[in-house]
Design a protein around this ligand. Structure first.
Ligand SMILES: Cc1ncc(C[n+]2csc(CCOP(=O)(O)OP(=O)(O)O)c2C)c(N)n1
Ligand SMILES: [Mg+2]
Length: 651
């Protein structure tokens, strides 16, 4: 629509001259204003498009017996004057209309310049803290906040991705944080939009990933009795949020955002801010300053207590066959840890969540320990005389033995000796601790060189993997072949977000990492994580190749997010193992002597589905097609799915 200024009026072209027939009403938009245009008694009229009763859209009403009737509750207004019958004073305002040669124009008062709101101040605070990626869905009860985010986006300070299900927003933020250690924000409306965030928030929480949830809420004056979409969000988020506050009229708005982000970052946990609708657009005080992290956040490189490091050094110098076990908590300390391992000939195994923290090609890298691991890692743990556990949480899945002398280092005192006593619990930052060892241990260690054993064990395992490549029961591709093909094609600097299920266990077992980063739903173990987490990884590291590995069951939960990847040109390469069942559950049912029940899946042709969404889709039914399919997907400039029909038995 063209827009012409004239004195204090802006003139907007809203209709073609013959567009609206006599006796009809229609909604038009002029600038940021919605109007009900009527054609009555040969005259075109522009009325405010909100019934004074409850804001009903008069443009969607009808003209009956000479009156414009509100579609919601039947209030009447004169179609030309906007007056109500009987001369009551609750009519609607009208605006000048001109019929010109090129169309119908409405004159509106020149729009006032946007005045800064409290949510503007909070959004400015977010970006000052570096929280500049938001995944979410806009809607009725978050539009004021959304507008503040939009303004940051327009200034190039924030990126916003509109997802198809808020659960994907929270998983995307979790993936973002697991990769970077920094929070992103997820946005939902009151009620269902916010409750949809919960699973992803739990995922972030239990894996110690910082995350910020921004939740719309109904107006404060209707809080309580159970208004439309009113859910007590503080109560609903009580168990998941380490920090949760409602933004009020009288809040210190910048400070609330400061605190929310500070809590998320330092506790590596969930922060939630709730925004009642009308608070979102309150004008900010003239002198309101945005918050910032300066002076609010401490460096975290604290040294462990000297007694603990002394005991740890003592044990290490007496050990002949120590093994280092690294978990996700050591993700950002690997150069120092690998340096330590190399100096003193210490093999490194990882937890599943730590997969890839050391290259499987490194002479001291022994792969993943536990249920999703290789026989190499467990062999070295079993042969060790001392375990040095860095940033791992002793999950069942990993199965770190309680029988060996153990030094455990963690930033969280509660994580030390979590399930059983350890010989030396060391409370402190891993990087600091490792640097102390690098300082103090030279000349004192008497470890045997285990690198030839590492090579030998890998050789045995690789030969076994090779033998499995040919397995074929005529029911689909075997998993060993899928991941052998990924080994040939996935770039070294890729990020791989995996899901949950047999597909993921097989990935853990067969894929060999070099420098790839692997992201997963560790402690929560939620299916559906893989694809949205890849979206989050892309937002964090768009320069890296991004992969998702999922099964058909897990992907089914967030399949529509392929359209999100297409919309925002996220070039995610999705490897989908389609075995037409909840394979892991069938296996569990068999192992538990249950009947196999309700695990079969009725699937679409996923590759065609991806194509329908605007992505590339390739369906692979035999292992000879794997190389070409992967190559094609990887070189495709955009999101691509390789759907592989796999055999549920050959995992
Ligand atoms: C949200 C959620 N619901 C249910 C489960 C239980 N669960 C674990 S694996 C799995 C099956 C996944 O099926 P699929 O993605 O096809 O993987 P497959 O085991 O077949 O490779 C289910 C239902 C879960 N972990 N998370
Ligand atoms: Mg499956």
């Amino acid at each position: 629509m063209s827009d012409k200024k004239d004195g204090n009026l802006s003139w907007y072209r809203v209709l073609d001259t013959d567009e609206l027939p006599e006796g009809r009403v229609k909604t038009v938009v002029a600038g940021h204003k919605s109007l009900a245009m009527t054609h009555f008694d040969g005259k075109l009229n522009a009325l405010d498009n909100a019934c004074p009763h409850q804001g009903g859209p008069l443009g969607e009403g009808s003209i009956e017996n000479g009156w414009l009737r509100c579609p919601w509750h039947g209030w009447d207004f004169h179609p030309c004057t906007g007056n109500s019958p009987g001369g009551h004073d609750d009519g609607v305002a009208t605006h000048p209309v001109e019929v010109r040669d090129d169309g119908v124009y409405v004159g509106l008062e020149v729009e006032k310049k946007h005045s800064r709101t409290v949510t503007d101040v909070m959004a400015e605070t977010m970006v000052n803290w570096g929280v500049n990626v938001v995944f979410g869905m806009v809607g009725h009860s978050n539009l004021g906040l959304a507008d503040a985010l939009r303004r940051q986006e327009a200034d190039g300070k924030l990126r916003y991705y509109g997802i198809r299900h808020e659960g994907a927003a929270a998983f995307a933020c979790s993936g973002y944080a697991k990769l970077t250690g920094r929070p992103a924000a997820c946005l939902g409306i009151a009620g269902p939009g916010s409750t949809n965030l919960l699973t992803g928030l739990w995922d972030a929480k239990v894996d110690r990933a910082p995350i910020l949830a921004l939740c719309g809420q109904v107006d404060t004056q209707v809080l309580g009795p159970g208004a439309f979409q009113e859910v007590d969000l503080a109560a609903a988020f009580n168990a998941v949020a380490a920090f949760s506050q409602t933004t009020l009229h009288s809040s210190k708005h910048a400070e609330l955002m400061n605190l929310a982000i500070k809590n998320a970052c330092l506790k590596r946990d969930v922060s939630q801010l709730i925004f009642p609708d009308e608070v979102q657009t309150l004008p900010a005080a003239a002198d309101a300053e945005a918050g910032k992290p300066d002076g609010r956040i401490t460096p975290i490189e604290i040294a462990p207590p000297a007694a603990a490091t002394d005991r740890a050094c003592d044990l290490l110098t007496k050990s002949n066959r120590p093994v280092i076990i690294v978990g996700h908590g050591a993700r950002f300390n690997m150069p120092a840890i690998i340096n330590l391992a190399e100096q003193f000939n210490i093999p490194i195994v990882t937890t599943f969540k730590g997969k890839g923290l050391i290259s499987d090609k490194h002479p001291l890298g022994c792969g993943v320990l536990g249920r999703s691991g290789t026989p190499i890692a467990s062999w070295f743990m079993n042969e060790a005389d001392l375990l040095l556990v860095l940033g791992a949480s002793f999950s069942n899945h990993t199965g770190i033995t309680p029988k060996l002398p153990t030094i455990q280092v963690d930033f969280d005192a509660m994580a030390l000796g979590k399930f059983h006593p350890v010989t030396v619990p060391v409370w402190g930052e891993i990087g600091m601790f490792v640097n102390i060892l690098l300082d103090r241990l030279p000349g004192k260690m008497k470890t045997v060189d285990q690198s030839s054993e590492v090579a030998e064990r890998w050789q045995i395992w690789r030969a076994e993997k090779e033998r499995r490549l040919a397995d074929d029961l005529g029911k689909g591709v075997n998993s060993a072949s899928v991941f052998a093909a990924m080994n040939r094609h996935v770039p070294e600097n890729a990020v791989i977000a995996v899901d949950v299920g047999n597909n993921t266990y097989s990935f853990g077992r067969y894929f060999e990492c070099t420098a790839q980063s692997v992201l997963m739903s560790g402690y929560l173990g939620s299916i559906g994580f893989g694809y949205p987490a890849a979206m989050g990884a892309w937002a964090a590291a768009p320069e890296r190749p991004i992969f998702a590995v999922t099964g058909d069951g897990g992907f089914g939960q967030y399949a529509m997010e392929v359209t999100t990847a297409v919309k925002y040109s996220m070039p995610i390469k999705h490897i989908l193992l389609n075995n037409s069942e909840l394979g892991k559950i069938s296996k569990e049912q068999r192992a538990g002597k249950w009947d196999v029940w309700q695990t079969s899946l009725h699937n679409p042709n996923f590759a065609q589905f991806a194509e329908n969404c605007g992505a590339m889709g390739i369906r692979v039914t035999g292992r000879s097609q794997l190389d070409e399919a992967l190559q094609k997907a990887i070189t495709h400039d955009g999101p691509a799915m390789v759907e592989i029909v796999t055999d549920a038995e050959l995992i």
